[in-house]
Design a protein around this ligand. Structure first.
Ligand SMILES: Nc1nc2c(ncn2[C@@H]2O[C@H](COP(=O)(O)OP(=O)(O)OP(=O)(O)O)[C@@H](O)[C@H]2O)c(=O)[nH]1
Ligand SMILES: [Mg+2]
Length: 207
């Protein structure tokens, strides 16, 4: 199962900060989340590509924003992973400055996907991230990743709890379960991305 837009994704460029980003035109959706939450895996699953987004062996080393081109108007963006344990204070500040600047100033940013491991969602640093999106009219969609690690019952209970919490504290945010391993939740994410990126899937030809 592939998607005509996301399967076209191609690496465009890496930028250390918003200054080096590609022109701020069209629409883009960014993927954020703690290191190891499964961002790279999700990007590869969504785009039906094996190694579009590189899986980093050294969390916290890459402070780059990676841009992937879908077509001449649309992009996906892989943001540096956050929350890695022993990163020094200066690096953490630098990360916060770059990320908050990107989220607040990037005109073409149409939505933010925030990935959280379903076994420990809504950590302090996730809340920091969600806080930056408040008052920006920036929609957020949370992917509770690695859903295959929980049984169906507990997974369902977690998503309901997270949805309720978001509704109360971040009403601009929605949530769903996701598994790259099982390709679960893919159709739901595609629908969200299509909407944010103003993309209409061509109608299937009747034959
Ligand atoms: N069981 C399971 N494991 C997953 C899933 N998605 C990712 N993983 C594993 O989780 C680990 C981290 O995945 P990545 O996709 O590299 O995570 P990331 O968020 O890109 O990490 P950083 O680049 O360090 O920020 C890897 O060992 C993956 O194989 C999933 O849906 N199910
Ligand atoms: Mg990654």
């Amino acid at each position: 199962m592939q998607h005509p837009l996301y399967q076209q994704a191609r690496f465009l460029k890496s930028a250390p900060s918003i200054k080096q980003a590609p022109p701020d035109e069209g629409w883009e959706v960014a993927f954020a989340g703690r290191s190891n939450a499964g961002k790279s895996s999700a990007l590869n699953t969504i785009t039906s590509q094996k190694s579009l987004a590189r899986v980093s062996k050294t969390p916290g080393r890459t402070q780059l924003i990676n841009f992937f081109e879908l077509d001449d108007q649309r992009r996906l963006v892989d943001l540096p992973g956050y929350g890695f344990a022993r990163v020094n204070e200066a690096m953490r500040r630098e990360w916060e400055r770059h990320l908050s600047e990107y989220i607040e100033k990037r005109e073409s940013l149409a939505g933010l996907i925030v990935l959280m491991d379903i076994r420990h969602p809504l950590t302090e640093v996730d809340e920091l991230m969600l806080g930056w999106t408040q008052g920006l009219e920036l929609p957020v969609h949370v992917l509770l990743t690695k859903a295959d690690k929980l049984k169906r019952g507990p997974a369902k209970a977690t998503v309901l709890k997270v949805q309720k919490y978001l509704q109360e504290h971040y009403p601009h945010a929605t949530a769903q379960t996701f598994s790259s391993l099982k390709r679960e939740g893919l159709v739901q994410v595609w629908a969200k991305l299509d909407k944010w990126l103003h993309y209409e899937r061509p109608a299937k030809k009747a034959d």
